[in-house]
Design a protein around this ligand. Structure first.
Ligand code: PAF
Length: 299
């Protein structure tokens, strides 16, 4: 293998990483890339597992990206633990972990922005203006730095994934995007770095989110229309938790337009706020006998 150290390599500068991953030198060695904001959990480790199965080298980035947080959002309180992350990444078999500083990633600002299209106007994009501009900015920089053959993204951030797929396709970015299913706690709550910021009570109430989505999926399989499903999912969350609903929406996936006849896949997605912790979750469903039923990996 081109990177043959048994120990994880921790790299903090762009120059060192680019030298190490230089495509001319790595020849036919494939690189799988797992971009993260750290505070690793089983969801991230499932991305690593798949990347290891499909590539010779696995590179993970850990960078809490200020460009994707708006004013008043949780950039400061976003959980961080560098040493724990390095240890978990090493145990999972990551070969190189890239942990740049904000100054390393953003030494200059020429004012150029990447503006995603209509997919970014829905769901989280509607309540977090500029969020996906910031995601695309860092993701493009990371793709240019790592130059990965394949890049791994979790389906919990299904809107992010859809926008990145569109970006990579439309701008001929040289990496394949691999979708990895959501990993859940035993009680159904989607794994998220932000879960540690929930109080004990909020953590137990947050299980209402996935239960509500499952109720929505059952209604969908019975042929209910999107607005009835959205209403019932919202009502369940409000009645069973103190969470404040940001949105509950059913849209075509990955285009994120309205559900119209002929849409092959749909997403039932929601965002719910517990104090300052905003949680997102979704279920992807495919068309079957005139209704939409959850995909196999959602059950
Ligand atoms: O999904 C995340 O953790 C982040 O949005 C990403 C893709 C690492 C970009 O900062």
């Amino acid at each position: 293998m081109y990177v043959d150290s048994p120990d994880i390599q921790v790299i903090e500068t762009i120059e060192e990483l680019q030298n190490k991953l230089n495509r001319n030198e790595r020849k036919n060695t494939t690189v799988g890339f797992v971009p993260t904001m750290g505070y690793l959990h089983a969801g991230h480790l499932s991305l690593v597992k798949q990347a290891k199965e499909q590539n010779d080298i696995v590179v993970m980035s850990i960078f809490v990206n200020p460009a994707q947080f708006g004013p008043g959002e949780d950039f400061e309180s976003y959980p961080r633990n560098r040493e724990r992350d390095i240890q978990l990444a090493e145990e999972a078999g990551v070969d190189i972990v890239f942990i740049p500083s904000v100054e390393e990633m953003y030494p200059t600002d020429g004012g150029i922005r990447i503006l995603p299209g209509r997919q970014a106007h829905e769901l989280c994009g509607a309540s977090r203006p500029g969020h996906f501009d910031g995601v695309l900015k860092v993701v493009l920089k990371l793709f240019n730095i790592v130059d990965p053959d394949r890049s791994y993204f979790g389906m919990k951030d299904a809107q992010q994934l859809a926008i990145i797929e569109t970006f990579v396709r439309d701008f001929n970015v040289r990496t394949a995007i691999v979708r990895v299913p959501i990993v859940r706690e035993e009680d159904g709550l989607a794994k998220s770095s932000r879960n540690v910021n929930l109080t004990y009570l909020e953590r137990s109430e947050a299980t209402a989110i996935y239960r509500a989505l499952q109720i929505g999926a059952e209604l969908s399989a019975q042929g209910a229309d999107p607005s009835a499903i959205e209403r019932q999912v919202s009502e369940y969350i409000v009645s069973n938790s103190s969470g404040k609903i940001d949105y509950v929406k059913m849209l075509a996936y990955p285009g994120l337009g309205p559900v119209t006849v002929g849409a092959q896949e749909v997403i039932l997605a929601c965002a719910v706020k517990f104090s300052s912790t905003r949680l997102i979750d979704n279920i992807i469903m495919s068309t079957k006998d005139g209704t939409y039923v959850p995909n196999d990996d959602e059950q």
